[in-house]
Design a binder for this molecule. Structure first.
Ligand SMILES: Nc1ncnc2c1ncn2[C@@H]1O[C@H](COP(=O)(O)OP(=O)(O)OP(=O)(O)O)[C@@H](O)[C@H]1O
Length: 248
């Protein structure tokens, strides 16, 4: 069974169509990169799929009761604000909120801290960490939720190259364990190398959906992003680097 089904899914905000007739299924084992220019509708798609933005058509998540939905999907929003100076491990433990308290809580928090490289920072006040460290704390909180589906809005934004790659590898590992993930990404190099599938949005519509090699073609890069790009192979995987703009 799919972890997320969107059918004839539309969003209109202030009388403006933002998402048009989206159909999408996300299965276990998939790390789906949601790509597209600024304003294409990526954040709106994640939020509306979760029922946080009014929509029409079908979203298998939006139709769930809140607690069921929190067990079905974890959400990492774009805003990375941590409001209170509480310990990192306590922020991460908040990811367990949808579950009845039990013996799995400690191990889920520990696993999330390990996967995000935060074990040594576990007792630090989260508000006193750097922006990138705080971003990893919020990724860890989403991982501790142990939901089958993770929706992450620009999880790599603000991370240094090592932590951006590590985060994508954690996500790919989760996909390998049978989770499904949808992550919005502006770094097409990370998307090319780590995602199992790319879905490209433009002006609120899906304009490409397939493997990174199928989606990141020169013609599509020109049409979707207005750029030229280098596409190669290194260390057993694709290398993708935008080079220049084709229009002003
Ligand atoms: N609350 C709102 N009311 C009206 N329009 C909105 C609202 N939220 C978003 N929009 C519009 O919807 C469109 C899609 O926005 P969205 O944030 O989903 O794009 P995005 O692809 O995530 O962009 P980015 O890459 O810049 O984060 C934009 O034109 C935006 O101005």
């Amino acid at each position: 069974m799919s972890l997320l089904t969107l059918r004839s899914f539309c969003v209109t905000l202030r009388n403006r169509p933002i998402l048009n007739d989206i159909s999408l299924e996300v299965e276990r084992g998939e790390l789906v990169g949601l790509i597209g220019p600024n304003g294409a509708g990526k954040t709106t798609l994640l939020r509306a799929a979760l029922g946080l933005v009014p929509s029409s058509g079908q979203s298998s998540l939006a139709e769930l009761a809140p607690r069921e939905r929190a067990r079905a999907a974890a959400f990492l929003p774009q805003a990375r604000e941590i409001a209170w100076p509480i310990a990192v491990e306590d922020v991460v433990a908040l990811g367990r909120t949808p579950h009845a308290p039990g013996p799995d809580d400690g191990s889920a928090v520990q696993a999330a801290l390990q996967r995000t490289g935060l074990v040594d920072l576990r007792r630090r006040a989260a508000t006193r960490l750097s922006g990138g460290e705080q971003a990893r704390v919020l990724i860890a909180r989403a991982l501790a939720q142990e939901a089958p589906l993770l929706l992450a809005d620009e999880p790599a934004a603000g991370l240094d190259p090592s932590h951006a790659i590590s985060t994508m590898k954690v996500f790919r590992g989760l996909a390998g364990e049978g989770h499904g993930l949808v992550v919005t990404l502006h770094d097409l190099g990370l998307a090319a190398r780590h995602c199992t599938r790319l879905v490209a949005l433009k002006d609120g519509s899906i304009v490409a959906d397939g493997s990174p090699t199928d989606v990141l073609t020169p013609a599509r890069m020109r049409a979707i992003f207005g750029v030229t790009a280098f596409h190669g192979e290194a260390n057993g995987g694709p290398v993708f680097q935008p080079l220049d703009v084709t229009r002003d």
